[in-house]
Design a protein around this ligand. Structure first.
Ligand code: XMP
Length: 481
């Protein structure tokens, strides 16, 4: 029997090298899958104590993306996706309109009732023919007049290909406040207001789609995707992730093939731990492959079933295989400190998926618990007894009627406050790691390859030692969180 070595993040360090890079010079934008790029290479785990819409919004505003868990009904999950997509909505998709034959009095009534200051005007064929703004109405005293007599006929418009930049230029050049978006047939498909565009400017790092909406993902299973996907796609989900413990299986391969054949959606498939599994999912059509069996903070798979691969090796092997196909890797689980993100990317990952480290955030859905004078938040594995009872059993190939044999635990993690500040700690840790190694980009770090295997003594030396910690640092608590 040939026994192979496996390394976890704690088994290695990156050897720093000559550098001309300082942390603020680094670029941490990375590809998640398909054409989706994130400004921060981090997505949040599809777990019911980690990712619902509040955390997904907070993370996407800072450049990452959340994956809404699937211990929710398909309708509730899709509704959460919809709320994330509408949060930074700079193009109103179904704006109020008025017909050219209606009266000014009717227009004023709509504008007053909904607190809006302008209405796109449609002709009898339902095509855009003008715009009625408060400027047009300022000197109009004859309310029975038709809208067509008062409106501005020369409307400045944008096409479907509009970008934040092109819209900004139109607002500035024409000194207008409302910009209808039309298709080539002159049908109205949206409206941009200067106010909504300004809201965009508040979040310059946000991860957004081409329409400026926050990027969000959702978890699906090989057994429920036909119920979930139509609803998720209708709500404009950006990507979905097959969320099961073991992805090198017939059911995941088949689901990957069917999803890519039947639905137009970016698909992260997984989880695998080696090149063979990675190649199989890529051949089935995966747009990205998620890696990790058992490294998670709340996982007991390795203990219960005796299987898994230490995460650094799993990511490295998978990334080596994915490289020639130009398919990105998501390193899922086992991130305990920001340094582990550096190690995951050095192993070849494009992004990391984080559960436990985010469960203590204000925006995470878990309950707050007061214990020993300190605030904690609930964090549980999706394979824990409680989570399985709420529906996640098929993640572990269990039927609802089976007696629960868990592969995860239920616990608590220290409360951490708001995501924005904490994420800054993580991303700056990543930037520091990159700077130590002279890597300017994520791709530089993926290709760095200066890795040292360390011993238990090396790990002991790496952590603070021979000191009693009196004050927890925002990025180090000594408890792995
Ligand atoms: P972290 O370490 O960030 O890991 O908390 C999050 C990832 O852990 C996986 N996960 C589980 N794995 N039993 C497992 O074996 C579980 O109960 C469980 N729940 C979550 C999942 O991949 C997640 O993204």
């Amino acid at each position: 029997m040939k026994i192979i070595d496996g390394l976890s993040y704690d088994d290695i360090l990156l050897k720093p090298g000559y550098t001309e890079i300082v942390p603020h010079m680094t670029e941490i934008r990375s590809r998640l899958g398909g054409d989706i790029k994130l400004n921060v290479p981090i997505i949040s785990a599809a777990m019911d104590t980690v990712t619902e819409m509040e955390l997904a919004i907070a993370l996407a505003l800072q450049g990452g993306a959340g994956v809404i868990h699937r211990n929710l009904s398909p309708q509730d999950q899709a509704e959460q996706v919809s709320k994330v997509k509408r949060y930074l909505n700079w193009i109103i998709e179904q704006p109020f309109t008025i017909n050219e034959d209606q009266t000014v009095a009717e227009a004023q009534q709509i504008m007053r009732r909904y607190g809006i200051s302008g209405l796109p005007v449609l002709n009898r064929d339902g095509l855009l023919c003008g715009i009625l703004t408060s400027r047009d109405l300022r000197f109009c005293r004859e309310l029975p007049q038709k809208v067509s007599q008062v409106m501005t006929h020369q409307v400045v418009t944008e096409m479907e290909s509009v970008t934040v930049q092109s819209a900004k230029e139109k607002f500035d050049t024409h000194k207008i406040e409302k910009l209808p978006v039309v298709n080539s047939a002159q049908q109205l498909i949206g409206l941009i207001t200067v106010k909504d565009l300004e809201k965009q400017a508040q979040y310059p790092k946000a991860a957004t789609d081409s329409w400026g909406r926050l990027i969000v993902g959702a978890a699906i299973s090989p057994f429920d995707f036909r119920q979930r996907l139509p609803l998720l796609i209708e709500k404009k989900v950006d990507f979905v992730a097959i969320d099961v413990a073991h992805g090198n299986t017939e059911s995941v391969v088949r689901a990957t093939e069917q999803i890519k054949k039947e639905f137009d959606v970016i698909l992260i498939s997984g989880n695998v731990i080696d090149g063979e599994g990675t190649r199989r999912l890529i051949s089935a059509g995966a747009d990205a492959v998620k890696v990790g069996v058992g490294p998670g903070a709340s996982c007991t798979t390795r203990i219960v079933a005796g299987v898994g691969v230490p995460q650094f090796t799993a990511v490295y092997e998978s990334a080596q295989a994915a490289k020639s196909y130009n398919i990105p890797i998501v390193a899922d689980g086992g991130i305990k400190f920001s340094g582990d993100i550096v190690k995951a990317i050095a192993a070849g990952a494009n992004t990391v998926m984080i559960g436990g480290l985010f469960a203590g955030l204000k925006e995470a859905p878990g309950r707050e618990i007061l214990f020993d004078g300190r605030i904690f938040k609930e964090y549980r594995g999706m394979g824990s007894v409680a989570a399985i009872k709420e529906g996640s059993g098929d993640r572990y190939q269990m039927a609802d009627s089976d007696e629960v044999v868990p592969e995860g635990i239920e616990g608590r993690v220290p409360y951490k406050g708001e995501l924005k500040k904490y994420l800054y700690q993580l991303t700056t840790g990543l930037r520091k790691g990159m700077a130590y190694c002279g890597c300017k980009t994520i791709s530089d770090l993926q290709n760095y390859q200066q890795i040292i295997k360390i011993t238990a003594a090396g790990l002991k030396e790496s952590h603070p030692h021979d000191v009693i910690m009196t004050q927890e640092a925002p990025n180090y608590s000594g408890r792995g969180h």
